[in-house]
Design a protein around this ligand. Structure first.
Ligand SMILES: Cc1cc2nc3c(=O)[nH]c(=O)nc-3n(C[C@H](O)[C@H](O)[C@H](O)COP(=O)(O)O)c2cc1C
Length: 208
């Protein structure tokens, strides 16, 4: 075994261990609204966290000691839209991660089309196969190198045609999401899938 005591490792090396170990990570492309207009940025410290209500989280580091635009906007307008990043929109997502100066609209730079959301003020990105309109539940500020963990309640779901059926089963193959690996440009697709049904516990109540 290689053993590493986190207390003896710099934050930069702990970052490398985290992003290299927790893979693949889904990518949230998050739209927000602030006084400078709409903003979009991707976050791979992202996941679903609950279902009543539907809840998700993503985690945003600081930029030079200040809030990134996404967090600043959510503090101003406590709503956002989380889009799942598919293979089809990966290059546009990457443009949204460029550190443009305040006031530059990444959504336009990326060539995305927006549409009004149904329940929240930030717009949604039409090209994304899944868009989840969220209301802010809580921002939890954590860490010596600060991260702002944003929790949201999903209040409205949008899917491109053919992704979700009438029984609410979602076809991940039709979303065709990409996942983030480590390094400057590491990503993966879900092109090698398999099934492994849960083993029922004989004589007990079913869990999740
Ligand atoms: C695939 C991908 C995943 C990213 N994940 C994160 C993340 O989880 N947390 C974070 O703070 N920054 C992450 N970034 C960097 C932000 O997207 C970047 O800092 C962006 O400019 C922030 O935009 P904003 O200032 O408009 O909020 C990621 C970038 C890429 C390309």
């Amino acid at each position: 075994m290689t053993e590493i005591d986190a207390a003896k490792v710099s934050w930069q090396d702990q970052y490398k261990l985290m992003v290299g170990s927790v893979t693949p990570r889904p990518i949230a492309l998050v739209t927000t609204l602030g006084r400078h207009g709409a903003n979009a940025a991707p976050f791979s410290f992202f996941n679903a966290v609950g279902s009543d209500p539907a809840m998700l989280m993503f985690s945003v580091g600081d930029r030079s000691g200040s809030d990134k635009d996404t967090v600043r906007n959510i503090r101003e307008t406590p709503e956002f839209v989380v889009h799942i990043v598919s293979d089809a929109i990966k290059e546009q997502m990457n443009i949204c991660a460029v550190d443009y100066p305040l006031g530059v609209n990444e959504i336009e730079k990326a060539g995305f089309t927006t549409a009004p959301s149904r329940r929240v003020r930030p717009p949604r990105i039409v090209e994304a196969p899944v868009a989840m309109e969220c209301r802010l539940m809580q921002i939890v500020d954590l860490g010596r190198k600060p991260y702002h963990v944003v929790f949201g309640e999903v209040v409205y779901f949008h899917y491109h045609e053919g992704i979700v059926n009438e029984r609410f089963h979602v076809d991940a193959g039709r979303i065709n999401p990409i996942g983030r690996l480590a390094g400057k440009g590491g990503y993966t697709r879900i092109t090698d899938r398999f099934e492994m049904p849960r083993i029922p516990y004989e004589g007990g109540a079913a869990g999740e």
